[in-house]
Design a protein around this ligand. Structure first.
Ligand code: CMP
Length: 154
């Protein structure tokens, strides 16, 4: 099923100049970036984004981190992309993430785990609306799509 996921390259990803390497992995996999912007997350946006974590003991530290430097928000489109990107990221804690995953290769932290991605279609819809307006999405059929998969693979 064709889906969109909200991906955030977090402050540690920007600070460590790993944006290009992370984006390259999504491109190499054949996913489409349909919206992208750099921004500074405000405390208000952090509370909206992490609404299910606001009452948790680690939330103040998480908010301090996510608002500490710019981030890059991307809308990434592809078949089954919500599960696929979570698989590509690996376990939340970089120390537990399998080698070959983005966090497994670049992170050794639970908080500074480089990238956020939506965990369900419902979260993706809610999160994409926090970062992007309808006009921000650039619909475009990339010419090389026919070299990535067969027509009957949806
Ligand atoms: P993310 O995928 O952005 O979703 C919630 C974030 O909270 C998670 O990545 C981690 O960065 C952070 N997080 C999750 N659990 C903990 C925890 N127990 N302590 C500190 N940070 C956490």
């Amino acid at each position: 099923m064709l889906q969109r996921s909200l991906v955030l390259l977090k402050p540690d990803c920007v600070e460590r100049r790993l944006m290009g390497q992370v984006i390259s992995r999504f491109e190499a996999k054949g996913l489409n970036i349909v919206a992208m912007k750099m921004l500074r997350v405000s405390p208000e946006l952090s509370k909206q984004h992490y609404q299910e974590h606001v009452e948790k003991p680690f939330y103040p530290s998480l908010e301090e981190f996510i608002t500490s430097a710019p981030i890059v928000a991307l809308a990434v489109e592809g078949l089954d992309v919500i599960r696929l990107i979570r698989d590509m990221l690996g376990a939340t804690n970089g120390l537990n993430a399998a080698p070959g995953t983005i966090r497994g290769d670049y992170s050794s932290s639970r908080q500074m785990n480089l990238v956020h991605a939506s965990d369900s279609p419902e979260s993706a819809k809610r999160e994409l609306a926090l970062y992007f307006a309808d006009a921000d999405f650039c619909e475009h059929e990339l010419l090389l799509t026919k070299s990535l998969r067969a027509k009957d693979e949806a």
